[in-house]
Design a protein around this ligand. Structure first.
Ligand code: PLP
Length: 435
């Protein structure tokens, strides 16, 4: 049989660098041939060979309802008939803003954009403009999109200003980006003690999904909030992944259960709010948001921002999430998956630990849950890659890198979960079941 995925990869490579339009799709970390998707429905997609996969990526988070949800499809089709893009305001943008503000009380005003990168980048500019300060704090292992100032890793000693992680980013562009270790309170305190008056904002993924799945501890988050308030820096939550994914109120609602009155100053959203269409947002306190053009001096704009088809898709998606019991059911299904995988690993004597929240999960071939990026990287990549490919052969599509989170949608059934767990048991038992 000819492998159409391979044929497509070879064709794509002639025209598109690496054959892909976003690097993680290339399977560079795990090796092998990326699957070219032909179509998707519910919890599954089919590749160019017609093989079906249970999809645990869901477009890296947006497809929380599964693929092709009827209500979303209908909203998108109806919106498309009325026009694709106008470059002028529409009522639907207000409706989406009202919906987001209702569900995330820390947001009083927001602006819609087209990607998480754009939203994160604009948040940094806004925080700098609003505070009149230059420095920003980010944490190693957190991803906030590919804007220059955020493509930075820790220097030789941590708590130094970092080094660019990409060619083409001049060192001067990251000289104001302080990179700290996630969940490290003493280092955070030291950074504020030294640089406090110069810090515009601290940006954090509260539940990090770009170093697999690592939560900020409650004491750590409490110190982030206290130190930002004390030093006049803005606390910016990057909930592009966790927003409307871990809970209806995002990760911020979970921290608010443990820290009375807890709120971030700014929130970055993306992924789920577009339901699979290019849509993202950033928002927060009115006084800060009013610094944006045309009211204020911080410039930010976009030809396709608030796109009418994308807002229809996002609105329909957010409506479905608010059905009673939605997150309880999603969380239970996700727990069933990770507990099943955990039991299968334990039975086979494979080191394994896992965590999940709502429809987002992580698993590690480690004995202990990591608290930061350095410990995530202790995973044996050869074991992970073997597991990834063996599952793929059995029709289960997990993220093709050990430092990515996974996603369960409302379309995943208990039968899908059981099929996944059975496949994992077979892989770890070394049993050879033909795919
Ligand atoms: C995906 C992601 C981004 C970037 O969003 P894009 O739409 O890919 O530009 C930013 N922050 C977090 C936490 C993300 O997961």
């Amino acid at each position: 049989m000819t492998d159409r995925n391979l044929a497509l990869l070879q064709r794509a490579r002639q025209l598109i660098p690496g054959g892909v339009n976003s690097p993680v799709r290339a399977f560079k970390a795990v090796g092998g041939t990326p699957r070219f998707v032909q179509r998707a429905q519910g919890a599954y997609f089919w590749d160019a060979n017609g093989q079906r996969y249970i999809d645990y990526i869901g477009s890296w988070g947006p497809m929380i309802l599964g693929h092709g949800h009827p209500a979303v499809l209908e909203a998108v089709q109806r919106a498309a008939l009325d026009g694709f893009s106008f470059g002028a305001p529409t009522e639907r943008e207000i409706e989406l803003a009202e919906e987001i503000v209702k569900l995330l009380p820390s947001i009083e005003m927001l602006r819609l954009v087209s990607s998480g990168t754009e939203a994160g980048m604009s948040t940094i500019r806004l925080a700098r403009g609003a505070t009149g300060r230059s420095k920003i704090i980010k944490f190693e292992g957190c991803y906030h999109g590919h804007a220059d100032a955020l493509l930075v890793k820790a220097g030789s000693g941590l708590a130094t200003f970092g080094h660019p992680t990409s060619a083409g980013v001049p060192p001067e562009v990251v000289q104001h980006t302080l990179v700290l270790e996630y969940n490290n309170v003493p280092q955070l305190e030291a950074a504020f003690a030294e640089h406090g008056p110069a810090i515009a904002c601290l940006m954090i993924e509260p539940i990090a999904g770009n170093m697999n799945f690592v939560r900020a501890s409650v004491p750590f988050m409490r110190r982030c909030r206290e130190l930002c308030s004390q030093h006049g820096a803005l606390l910016a939550f990057d909930e592009v992944m966790s927003g409307f994914r871990v809970a209806l109120g995002g990760a911020q609602s979970l921290y608010a259960q443990h820290i009375p009155g807890f709120e971030p100053d700014l929130t970055v959203l993306g992924k789920v709010i577009g339901g699979g269409m290019p849509l993202a947002a950033f928002g927060g306190k009115r006084a800060v948001m009013e610094q944006l053009a045309p009211l204020g001096a911080v410039y930010q704009a976009g030809t396709l921002s608030g796109n009418p088809v994308a807002t229809a898709c996002g609105l329909a998606t957010l409506k479905e999430l608010q059905r009673p019991g939605f997150f309880e059911a999603l969380g239970a299904r996700t727990r069933s998956l990770v507990q099943g995988l955990s039991a299968a690993a334990n039975a086979a004597g494979v080191p394994f630990c896992t965590d999940s929240e709502g429809g987002m999960f992580g698993f590690f071939l480690l004995d202990q849950l990591p608290q930061n990026y350095a410990t995530v990287l202790r995973t044996d990549s050869a074991s992970f890659n073997h597991f990834f490919h063996a599952m793929l052969d059995r029709g289960v599509y997990f993220a093709p890198a050990l430092y990515e989170a996974g996603f369960v949608s409302a379309a995943h059934t208990e039968a899908d979960v059981q099929a996944t767990v059975d496949a994992a048991r077979a892989v770890w038992a070394g049993a050879h079941t033909p795919s």
